[in-house]
Design a protein around this ligand. Structure first.
Ligand SMILES: Nc1ncnc2c1ncn2[C@@H]1O[C@H](COP(=O)(O)OP(=O)(O)OP(=O)(O)O)[C@@H](O)[C@H]1O
Ligand SMILES: [Mg+2]
Length: 462
């Protein structure tokens, strides 16, 4: 049976063991029991359990032995230890060694039921998260680039072909879609991986310096040029140069860049000695280069030179299937960096994140995950941890759907509904304290009270 929940009870005391077994069976769990450590280890080696409730003191083994062998066979099984009263230290040690929780004798059955339910909840979440991660792992070669959507699948397929060549690539996509990440992956998975990858952000360098930055200069070429200096192109010889934000490059440098690409050689500023170079060019832009070509701000011939292989990264809102894997990826990666391993997310929070439109794309998502981890003490991100700015977006999205409402949308009633939902949620969040709810909504208390009356919001809802 798929939904069967299996629990193992380990206790050498016959009446205690039977009482526990009956109690847990009455809740609907499938319960097996063992009367000593040897028997328990035997069963654990053969069968799977979601939860094990074990006495810490057994005649032949200790509960710690059980904990350890459980950890060896399954990382998903949760162990609850039962200790005699006054053995707080052992209980603490059990927690440190990975027990989910402990209860003290005499056992309070209601407490036990709650602890078991909590362990199952965690176990369920963990197994879902583990399952999802397993599904995602090893799917593509570029393992640090996460993407499950058909759109990203096409990107990966294209990247697979690009890494086998030395061709010039132009990566386009909105801010935060992963252009730099992809550029690096192309370099580090290609034949030049042992050679330098040199990134130049064309919009971050003052125009006056960009030329010497790219092509280098000789001593005395201009005020301040006190010695000869190699440019980024030279530094990238035999490797890859990544020209980021290429759309902002001034026209006179575009001309010079075009010549470098055509001749495959550079001249340092102030020198007329050309240097032969062998550099692979990957450039990126979040601007619409074709319209810049039309308006005369970008050289058409340079555009064609750079755009030998175009690679477009769609905005995150057009590949919602990637949101869940990305959230899991960042929870794991950032959780580890922040000393918070095993961070998880529940379904409601994920759903809210999936509904949001992510104008800042993957970067915005990454920053949000970091913020949510930092702001909670728990190991599970829930809907409460998702900022209202993100969750409220979903209401707008739901209301403003002219496609499926042929008669148009009644704005006044839609806004009233939104107002109502926001107030109810603020009241829930503040446990009915109106002053706090008003603060959450950025309105004053009298206005809130007036709105509650006008919208007939029942006080019982929270
Ligand atoms: N598919 C992805 N999988 C994992 N991480 C990603 C993915 N896409 C982007 N990121 C992460 O999101 C952040 C932003 O990505 P990146 O800097 O490559 O974006 P960009 O397109 O260059 O943005 P901008 O135009 O603002 O420079 C980085 O930390 C990057 O590692
Ligand atoms: Mg970038």
């Amino acid at each position: 049976m798929a939904d069967e929940i299996r629990i193992l009870v380990v206790d050498d005391d016959d009446s205690g063991r039977e009482a526990l077994t009956l109690l847990l069976r009455s809740v609907g769990y499938t319960v097996l029991s063992a009367a000593n450590g040897e028997e328990a280890l035997d069963i654990i080696a053969r069968e799977q359990f979601q939860v094990i409730v074990s006495d810490l003191f057994l005649p032949d083994k200790s509960g710690f032995d059980i904990l350890q062998s459980v950890r060896k066979v399954s990382t998903l099984t949760e162990v609850i230890v039962v200790t005699g009263h006054g053995s707080a230290q052992t209980a603490v040690r059990a927690m440190k060694e990975g027990a989910f929780d402990y209860i003290t004798k005499p056992i309070d059955f209601d407490e036990l039921k709650i602890v078991v339910a909590k362990a199952l909840e965690k176990q369920q979440l963990l197994s879902e998260n583990v399952y999802l991660r397993k599904q995602l792992r090893g799917r593509f070669e570029f393992s640090n680039i996460i993407g499950n959507s058909p759109a990203m699948k096409l990107v990966f397929e294209k990247m697979d072909r690009i890494v086998k060549t030395d061709s010039t690539v132009l990566i386009t996509g909105d801010s935060g879609t992963g252009k730099e990440l992809v550029a690096r992956a192309l370099h580090y998975n290609g034949s030049r991986r042992e050679r330098p990858f040199v990134a130049v952000n064309c919009s971050a360098i003052p125009e006056a310096l960009l030329e010497s930055e790219l092509f280098g200069h000789v001593r005395g070429a201009f005020t301040g040029a006190v010695k000869d200096k190699a440019g980024k192109f030279e530094a990238a010889n035999h490797g890859t140069i990544f020209l980021d934000e290429i759309g902002t490059m001034p026209l006179h440098l575009q001309t010079k860049l075009l010549r470098v690409l055509q001749e495959q050689e550079v001249e340092r500023v102030g020198s007329n000695k050309p240097l032969k170079l062998q550099v692979r060019v990957i450039s990126a832009t979040n601007l619409d280069l074709e319209s810049k070509v039309k308006s005369g701000e970008f050289r058409e011939d340079l555009f064609y030179r750079l755009n030998v292989i175009p690679l477009h990264l769609p905005p995150l809102r057009e590949r919602k299937q990637d949101i869940m894997p990305l959230v899991l990826h960042f929870l794991e990666k950032l959780g580890r960096l922040m000393g918070r391993p095993n961070m998880m997310v529940n379904k409601q929070a994920l759903e809210a994140l999936e509904k949001y439109s992510w104008p800042g794309n993957v970067r915005e998502l990454e920053n949000l995950v970091e913020r949510m981890i930092a702001l909670t003490d728990a190991s599970v991100i829930t809907l409460d941890d998702v900022p209202t700015g993100i969750t409220s977006g979903k209401f707008f999205g739901e209301f403003v759907d002219f496609e499926s409402s042929a008669d148009g949308i009644d704005m006044v009633s839609a806004l009233t509904a939104l107002e109502r939902t926001m107030i109810v949620r603020a009241l829930e969040k503040s446990e009915g304290v109106k002053a706090r709810a008003a603060a959450l909504l950025g309105i004053n208390r009298t206005t809130l009270v007036e709105k509650i009356r006008r919208l007939k919001i029942e006080e019982v809802v929270y």
